[in-house]
Ligand binder design. Sequence first.
Ligand code: GDP
Ligand code: IMO
Ligand code: MG
Length: 437
Amino acid sequence: MPSTVLVGTQWGDEGKGKITDLIAGKYDYVVRFQGGNNAGHTVVHGDVSLALHLMPSGVMYDNCTPVIGNGVVIDPGALVKEMAMLQAEGISYDRLKISCNAHIIMPYHKDLDGADEKMLGSNSIGTTKRGIGPCYQDKAARKGIRVQDLMDEKIFRLKVEAALAQKNPILEKIYGLHTYTVDEIMDEMLPYARILKPYMAETTQLLNDALRAGKNILFEGAQATMLDIDHGTYPYVTSSSCSAGGAAIGTGVGPMAFNKVIGIMKAYTTRVGGGPFPTEQLFPENGGTGEEAEVGEKLCAIGHEYGVTTGRKRRCGWFDAVIGKYAVDVNGLTDIALTKLDVLTEFETIKVCVAYECDGVRYDYLPMQQSVLFHAKPIYEELPGWKGCDISGCRTFDELPANAQSYIKHLEELVGARMTMISVAPERDATIFNDFE
Ligand code: GDP
Ligand code: IMO
Ligand code: MG
């Protein structure tokens, strides 16, 4: 039975939570390998819709152990809040394991995230202000504080003292923000440390032993390929490796362990925050007019495109096969789960971007220079829709209207991988398995 990596292929919010929750029952472990509570993964069961930020989406199954890997950055307060939410819903997280090597998001990381964004002004990234970037900055600078440091009060105090000696002058002198005393940080973090201690584990050994014992592991990505620190639209990205390669680094499992890589791909495209987005259909408030504004508003309204973490309105646009093809390459996708196909039902015709044009040059692949991507004009193909046919009840490929089938087959050809799952509504069972093994 395979070990599977599941990643976002666009700019996030493709439905990773839904698909993870859908297939997690077949796995013994579901592991988050990067990012933090900047993620917002929705799982829907009947009338209940849960937003998970740090907890792996496999938590819903009793047989499945949720693991937070070393590549994740953890805001202890946010994790404790999420545990309380799950408890209130009657969902057990007893089996949770947290890597001792994961880094801790400290209160000053959140302050610095907000202050950095303010300083960037119109060039701001539009971060979630959860302290993600500053925490990974400290990790790379070898100044981070890790989960294991929370296990020993004396060590933790020493680390906090050293951190504040650097952070306080930056907070005060560069940003004009309030500073922290060591006791303030200790008082805030130690109660969380006490709650989290029973879940701390040596997760690298745990996962490798599990593989040796023939167990199945699902690696749940957060964010997405185009937000990847190396492969995304830098600097308008997050600070971690969200593509499939990150699953090895962020868990301590060797790359040969993976034999399936599922890319989650929305049937159109959305993006939250700043940065290039060639197929964007601008909202009226951002200068969009006529058909463009109408399409943007319609995708947003029908798709309920509002951020799960920050509540921000997501920018919306047509499907971009150039980034689809790129995501197939960067992640080595073996499968694609196409999501939110039902949202396109209300359109008479549907556009798909097959290439870009910039200064008279055609680009069939992601351009080398980001400035080109910023100015790229999409070259569209227009396909007939299936307006009026409600597809949310379809459970087999053959039940889909002919034009929806053609749309999927065309996307498969354009991006170069099979769409083995097709999601037609938010609920777990509203999914078509299309030769998924
Ligand atoms: P994630 O971050 O990739 O897990 O995605 P989010 O949870 O942030 O956003 C996806 C949204 O789309 C959630 O509200 C899901 O409940 C919803 N969703 C997922 N799949 C489908 C689908 O096939 N159709 C519709 N209409 N909604 C879906
Ligand atoms: P899920 O896992 C969509 C975006 C932010 C911002 C950029 C950097 O739900 O798909 P950060 O706070 O990470 O430093 O912000 O990345 N971003 C996301 N966009 N979905 C997410 O997660 C995101 N996590 C971060 O909007 O543009
Ligand atoms: Mg999300």
